[in-house]
Design a protein around this ligand. Sequence first.
Ligand SMILES: *Cc1c(COP(=O)(O)O)cnc(C)c1O
Length: 391
Amino acid sequence: MFINSSLDEVKRRENALKFIASLVKEKGRSSLHDLSGLAGGFPVEESDLELLETYAGPAYFYQSLQKEGIFHLGGEKVLAFNRTSAAILATIMALVKPGEEVIHYLPQLPSHPSIPRSAKLQGAIYSEYDNLKDFKLGDKTALVVITGSTMDHQIIPRDDFEKIIQISHKQGINVLVDDASGARLRTVVYNQPRAMDMGADLVVTSTDKLMDGPRAGLMAGKIQLIDQIADKAHQFGLEAQPPVVAGIVRALQTFNPQRILDSIKRKDSLHHQLNDLMNSFEKTPTGVMISADDLLKEVTAPETDLFVSEREVATLMAMILLKDHHIVTIPAVGMPGVSTTIRLDLASRDAENVDNTQICHAIQDSLQKLKKIILDGEKCLKLLYEPEDCI
Ligand SMILES: *Cc1c(COP(=O)(O)O)cnc(C)c1O
């Protein structure tokens, strides 16, 4: 066993970040290829810098945030948070009383942990469904959450979306849409309307997902609800501070859906090329992915009784991709408990710097190395936890 606790994962993450730091220092940012789809960015301008103060900042950026935020998400008013998770927590604290129920509908389990965790913290009952047949409101339901696009980019069908809003509104229950990536994937790739235009009461998106903004949450909704949530957010320090707000405003202004559209065609040809190597890669809306389960099957022969977990095999693969090919994927750099799917997102800004043949070569090479070292415990431990110089 190479990964036994979340502490081990903290160590793995630190090791990955150390490698990235040395690579960027030695060879510059352009030597790194962040294909996580979560690279974010901070496109502020020189003139913004002198306004990053506690009071002048919000005064100045507030109006642009309203204008750009409403243009992107719809609704009457917007509010910026430190994270999407923070926006979800503030909403549940503001709209759900202890003992009441939060119901979550998503196209495919598992849920993002921020929703059940926030419900638990508030002392609320939590139920989740990924099948419309099972979805049912109860006497104590106070809030319905819909996830528009899951962490693995599974998209909710428009019909399901509309039905749930209809059922909830019939009983006067507010609907929050967690559109972390969905605010762009659903609209740009699947031509679905914005959540607010489908009747949602609130929507939140992550400004670093398929967009070059800081990791933060941008929420839009009806004025009265937003004000109620803002009150809670301020009490617990969940609202975004001026530098992050400035980054969000500039990211919204420079957002261009063309990069997402370009990635759709490119992923088809990458998927085709990868299929010649192995057929466990699946398409995502803007790239390709391989689940830890499938990866484990690829690297272990059926007759061996190799004792490695899915998380271990995915993390090892991600660390090889990082250290040998300078490709960043989530299992290498994510927080403890992060998704074990290796996803290559071609809508990432860095995807412009590597072509499909390079990516295929990196995958093939990494897979071969993985098959070799997985039988050697010492090498695995070294790869995960020991600092190595970049090559
Ligand atoms: C990313 C994501 C979140 C949380 O975003 P953070 O910035 O990490 O708080 C919540 N829900 C879904 C569906 C996500 O994909």
